[in-house]
Design a protein around this ligand. Sequence first.
Ligand SMILES: Cc1cc2nc3c(=O)[nH]c(=O)nc-3n(C[C@H](O)[C@H](O)[C@H](O)COP(=O)(O)OP(=O)(O)OC[C@H]3O[C@@H](n4cnc5c(N)ncnc54)[C@H](O)[C@@H]3O)c2cc1C
Length: 312
Amino acid sequence: MSGEYDLVVIGGGIAGLSAALTSARLGRRTALLTGGTIGGQLVSIERIDGVPGFAEPPPGYDFCPIGQEQAAAAGVEFVMAEADSLTADGELWRIGSAEGGLAARAVVIATGTALAKLGVPGEARLAGRGVSECASCDAPLLRGRTAVVAGGGDSAMQEALTLAAYLQQVVMLERGPGLTGQQSYRDEVTANPRIDIRFGQEIAEILGEDGVAGVRIRDAASGAESELETAAVFAFVGLVPNTALVDAIAPLDGSGRIRVDAAMRTPVKGLAAAGNVRQGSPHRAAAAMGDGAAAAVALDRYLASGAWPGPD
Ligand SMILES: Cc1cc2nc3c(=O)[nH]c(=O)nc-3n(C[C@H](O)[C@H](O)[C@H](O)COP(=O)(O)OP(=O)(O)OC[C@H]3O[C@@H](n4cnc5c(N)ncnc54)[C@H](O)[C@@H]3O)c2cc1C
């Protein structure tokens, strides 16, 4: 891993894989700094819904490695590390990581989003001991037991359905008055006899010594509190964009996502953003893939012309 790249993609989720694959196929020397997991949020999902072309929705742990193999076959060089710095140096970008530094003429930020924390007592202490972010990983270990899912959006409903295939009961706690995700999931969770949906309820504390034993629940309207026994807690209550690398470089929108134009270009020369981290992202795999391809094409045109924002 040495020398100067045409393009470095930061973030190995589906947006980053798509950007790197497209760039390499355009003939650009491309490196992908993957971060923690190749496939990002999708890799642990039991059933990726809404991506055309599959008779049955594929599991993320099958789907993402195929994208990785395609990118590698196209010539993408993988660096299994997080980027820890990004600085402009004349016409070059310099990217720091524990695996060493990289230099590139253009960069795609595809660092995605992290799941928001509940911010309640017990959450950090019991992380990995019943407090989990991955239903498909933990559901088989929880067979026959009860789990609590916080949230009422797409991710919460999808993960509740994954859990309900194994567990005796899944209690969904939604602070608001209704489910907020897509209709198809609403129909599935409300029809599932193992899923108990409670509105106007939020988790006030996660209880347990060595592992999760229960939750203290607060009624959002009255403030009344009660306890519920559970073996696990899964929180899907929002997304936090991973923008630490560019906070001081590129403008963000009001939600903290990176501002881009329709070709995924930021206002900063040679810098594009793709996937969940960009302004206006619809938070869908298909959109993230499209973003990655669009960013790679825009940067290829920039590398050819030197003009920014460059020809559309
Ligand atoms: C539970 C759940 C279920 C979902 N189900 C579906 C579904 O069925 N269908 C659908 O279309 N969408 C679904 N989504 C949404 C979908 O997962 C996202 O829209 C998509 O994965 C976004 O891809 P991304 O590449 O932008 O970000 P991410 O998947 O978040 O990937 C970003 C990657 O960047 C890495 N990274 C972060 N910081 C750095 C750094 N400094 N250096 C290097 N790498 C870094 C991260 O480790 C991560 O691997 C679901 C999401 C969740 C949470």
